[in-house]
Write a protein that binds this ligand. Structure first.
Ligand code: C5P
Length: 202
């Protein structure tokens, strides 16, 4: 069983994917973390994020166990992740790992931008989780002590534009995805909507 959860940043897809995997007893992969690991490595090694070959070499030799989740968060790493994620060879280098993860028993929930469209086009269920830019910026603002709401809103909008506008695997709902707008939903309500859809079957 493979469940694909895509959507823009701060839409609530990560929280939802984690809760869904725990509820169903499946494994969970946050694919954004892989792009963040590439972004962070590029920053640490002082590599030009436009150098496709060098970034792809980093993606191909990534050791996910070597990164702490706390060092991957934050808009600076997120922005760099979104820059390297626009490079086709970086995406290609991360594809096999994601597909192998999805296939292992007992089932998997993957969240990202292109799970339903590219990584797992045959997923059993596909969800596209979205929310207004204002709602998403406010969530990030409340999570980040001392943050500036205007700066967060600008970052989110710039990242949306880059993720949706790139030519390789742009952010968009798969044709057969169920779209859920979480602007006015609590996390437990979003989870209930997804569980209802799964209970209704394919
Ligand atoms: O979801 P998160 O904000 O952690 O993702 C960081 C960046 O990684 C995104 O802005 C996007 O550019 C990229 N990404 C992607 N494809 C995925 C997951 C993330 O391009 N499947």
């Amino acid at each position: 069983m493979i469940i694909a959860i895509d959507g823009p940043s701060a839409s609530g897809k990560g929280t939802l994917a984690r809760a869904l995997a725990a509820r169903l007893g499946y494994r969970h992969l946050d694919t954004g973390a892989l792009y963040r690991m590439v972004g962070l490595s590029v920053m640490r090694q002082n590599i030009d994020p436009a150098d496709e070959e060098a970034c792809a070499a980093i993606a191909a030799s990534l050791d996910p166990a070597a990164f702490a989740d706390s060092e991957l968060r934050g808009e600076a790493v997120g922005n760099l992740a979104s820059r390297v994620a626009a490079l086709p060879k970086v995406r290609q280098a991360l594809l096999a790992f994601q597909r192998a993860f999805a296939r292992r028993a007992p089932g998997a929930v993957l969240d990202g931008r292109d799970i339903g469209t590219v990584v797992c086009p045959d997923a059993d269920f596909k969800f596209f989780i979205t929310a207004s830019a204002e709602a998403r910026a406010k969530r990030r603002f409340l999570e980040t002590p001392g943050a500036d709401l205007a700066a967060i809103t600008a970052d989110i909008m710039a990242r949306d534009a880059r993720d949706s506008g790139r030519s390789t695997a742009p952010l968009r709902p798969a044709d057969d995805a169920t779209v859920i707008d979480t602007s006015a939903l609590r996390p437990d309500e979003a989870l209930a909507a997804v569980l209802d859809r799964i209970a209704a079957g394919r």
